[in-house]
Design a protein. Sequence first.
Length: 124
Amino acid sequence: MSKIVTNNAPAAIGPYSQGVTAGKFVFVSGQLPIDPETGSFPEGDIKVLTARSLKNIEAILKEAGGSLENVVKTSIFVTDLKQFADVNEAYSKFFGDVPPARSCVEVAALPKGAAVEIEAIAYI
């Protein structure tokens, strides 16, 4: 197993890695919609926030030698499931004709007061 570290995604805010590889699998920790350049959430709605979380995942996968095309499963955590359609709209722009398996659940709260967090598993 090896740790993935990139400055193109937010640093871990606790005792965990941005991602790890295990054989051909890459496990990307949950990504809040934090802009790695500013350290804060971008201005905008849930679509903007969803896109930022996915860009962070993309950066971590790139560091591991992969891309979003390698993603086989994602998990999305939102604080308001009423925004499900908007999350889907933003999410769909990042994956092609064969999107990964996915779950999406509403949670009571997320770190730093985020509205969305996304984690991913890829096979490279």
